[in-house]
Structures are given as C-alpha cells and as structure tokens.
Ligand binder design. Structure first.
Ligand code: ACO
Length: 331
C-alpha cells in the first residue's frame, strides 16, 4: 500500500506588519499584555483585494519548486480554512481556478486550527487507497477583515493573523518515509466556546442589523476554557499518536505545534519533557493563522535546518470545535 509523503512545502504571508502597539491605538490593550499572555509581537494583515485563494496559490508556487513537479500533476486540492473567500462554494474551487487546474478534485475542510491536520489525514487516506497520487493540501486564512477592532473584541482580535501555507502530498512506496500514525479528536459540546454565531442558517433571517450591532458576527472565545482544554488535550493526543506508531515522545526528532498561544506550547513541552530545540515557535511574528499555521511553521523550520529528511516529525494542534490531534511522519 502506498504511503503519503510531503514532497514540497510553501508559505505566503502579506507584507503588511501590524504590531501590538498599532492595535493599542484602536482598543484598550498593550504590547506588554499581549506579549506576556500570548507571545505575539506582530501579525500580518492582507491589503485590500488580496484573497485567501491568491495567498494559497502563491504558497503553492513555492511548494511545487521544492517538490520538483509540474502543477498539472496535482490531482486533488483540499483547502482547510475557517475564512473562505465566500460563504459558498468552498475555497478549494477558487484556489483551483487561480492555479488553472480545472478538472481536478476539490474539497474544503472546516476544522479551524485543526483543519490542516484533518486535511492531511484525508490526503493520506486518499493516497493509501490509491485514489490519487498527488494531493495539494492548503491552509489559507484571512482573519483581519472579520475581527472586532474595539475593546469588546480585544481578547480575540489580538491573537489572529493572516497567511497561507501548503503541502504537496505524494504517494511513495518507500516504507521508511511518510505518514506513520494519526490521532484525531473532537468534542462538540464546546463548539460555542470559540465561534462566530452569525450569520447562521438557524436564524430567520440569518443575519440582522441587531445581530451585527450586538457583535454576534465577530469571533467570540471563552479564552480560559480553550486554554485549559488545550494544555490537557495536546499531551494526551501526542502520547496517543506515539503509542499508535510504537514510538516514545523522545524518539520524535521535531514537533510542529499549532501557534495559538506560546504558553500552550510551553505547557505541552514541559508536560512531555520536550526540549526547546525540538520545536519552533513563530507566533511572535504571525500570531495565530489557524489552518495555515502548521505548514508555515514547517516551512520556516525546514529553512532553518531544524527539519531534515529522514527525521521523525510530529504535528500537534488544538482548536475550535473543540478539535485536536497529532500526526507522525518520517520526513
Ligand atoms: N488586552 C488587555 N487586556 C485584555 C485583553 C487584551 N487584548 N484581552 C482580555 N483582556 C483582559 C480581560 O478583559 C480580563 O480583564 P478582567 O480581569 O478585568 O476581567 C483579563 O484581561 C484576563 O482575561 P482572560 O481572558 O482571563 O485572559 P487570559 O489569561 O485567559 O488570556 C487569551 C486570554 C490569551 C486569549 C488566552 O485565554 C488564550 O490564549 N486562550 C486560548 C486561545 C486558543 O488556544 N485558541 C484556540 C485556537 S483558535 C481556533 O481554533 C480558531
């Protein structure tokens, strides 16, 4: 049975840097508060006219070069995003059109910060069953156009940034490389702990001026609840995935963590005795880019020589839903 190997990684972030001090001019917050609570110093925001599909396409150009393949070899596109360019159809068709790849399979996955991990799991299953040999997995998010730039929304607004990252996933017969184990979870009873309530098809009509005025169209989060679950669930799933793979935490050469809060990652590393040189945190530069985060961290870790071919690499993430999971692959 073929295995799924990542042959190319790409990322794109917009040029516009927004610092904590920039935000403190719009709402009651400070650089000190944001850095101390989250580790974030700045994030990127898209300029007018930039789309999520365009960012994904730019990241794909970089990944294709690393993979050394022609774009027309891509047989399927999976787009992970919580911020599609339009309500429907999903974002994958728009990415496909940008890449001029009409005809290949397209699918969207709506799993927030865990979206890229779930998408990789789907790509892995498609490749193992022989359905496709080359799958493009994209994570692309524009948060900046949907945040509340007022004190009421400050807890959420300061943590998110825009960006895109992609993996080119390909079939390999080499048993010493590719995905080894995956562990995925969700707990819908906490769906409303981190969500955007409106517009919603459950409402008649689905969006009103009153809802907008009440701020129900902005993301809302029970921050401490998310935090306490994240620091419990991450070590749990990392241990479970290692057990499935028949390896120990210390056997993993490098961990790619979602970047929601620096302190969450520090807690997870402390709980599992993972030394800092086995991870890379870039939340200080980009904030939380949700589904784009795992490939962005992977791209930068590869560039820095922290991830090398042959290494055992783990991907671990927790996010809205709640959803969480881990994947282990021989890079
Ligand atoms: N600036 C200044 N003060 C603030 C800010 C801000 N940006 N945000 C909140 N505060 C205030 C609050 O109003 C509160 O004030 P009060 O004590 O007077 O009521 C105080 O700071 C403490 O608020 P908390 O919400 O308890 O702060 P906390 O230490 O929990 O930090 C944070 C908030 C950073 C959001 C944290 O809870 C967190 O990181 N949670 C997890 C986020 C996460 O993992 N999300 C998942 C991924 S996202 C996804 O999947 C879409």
């Amino acid at each position: 049975m073929p295995r799924m190997k990542v042959t190319g990684v790409g990322m794109y972030v917009p040029d516009r840097v927004v610092t904590n001090n920039d935000l403190s001019k719009l709402m009651d917050t400070t650089d000190e508060w944001i850095v101390m609570r989250t580790g974030i110093k700045e994030r990127r925001y898209v300029p007018d006219g930039m789309t999520g599909a365009e960012m994904a396409a730019r990241a794909t150009d970089i990944a294709l070069k690393e993979a050394g393949i022609e774009k027309k070899q891509i047989e399927a596109i999976i787009s992970a995003t919580l911020s599609p360019d339009h309500t429907f159809p999903g974002m994958a068709p728009f990415i496909q059109d940008k890449l001029d790849l009409g005809g290949c399979a397209v699918m969207d996955i709506r799993n927030q910060c865990t979206g890229f991990l779930y998408s990789m799991a789907v790509a892995d299953a498609w490749i193992r069953t022989g359905l496709f040999k080359t799958v493009l997995v994209t994570g692309s998010e524009i948060h900046s156009t949907a945040l509340e730039f007022e004190t009421r929304g400050r807890d959420v607004t300061v943590i998110f940034g825009d960006g895109a990252g992609v993996f080119i996933c390909q079939a390999t017969d080499d048993e010493n490389t590719g995905v080894i184990a995956t562990d995925l979870h969700g707990e819908g009873k906490y769906a409303k702990a981190l969500w955007v309530e409106a517009e919603g098809q459950v409402f008649h009509p689905r969006l009103t001026h009153k809802m907008l005025w009440e701020g129900r169209a902005f993301p809302r989060m029970k921050g401490q609840l998310v935090f306490t679950h994240a620091i419990r669930r991450l070590p749990e799933t990392m241990n479970a995935c290692c057990a499935k793979a028949g390896v120990k935490i210390e056997d993993v050469d490098f961990w790619v963590f979602h970047q929601a809060n620096l302190r969450i990652n520090e807690f997870a590393c402390q709980a599992l005795s993972i030394p800092p040189n086995k991870t890379l945190n870039n939340i200080d530069k980009y904030g939380n880019t949700t589904a784009a985060t795992l490939p962005i961290v992977t791209y930068e870790a590869q560039k820095k020589g922290l991830i090398k071919r042959g290494m055992l690499v783990g991907f671990a993430t927790f996010g809205a839903g709640f959803t969480w999971g881990t994947m282990l692959m021989r890079w």
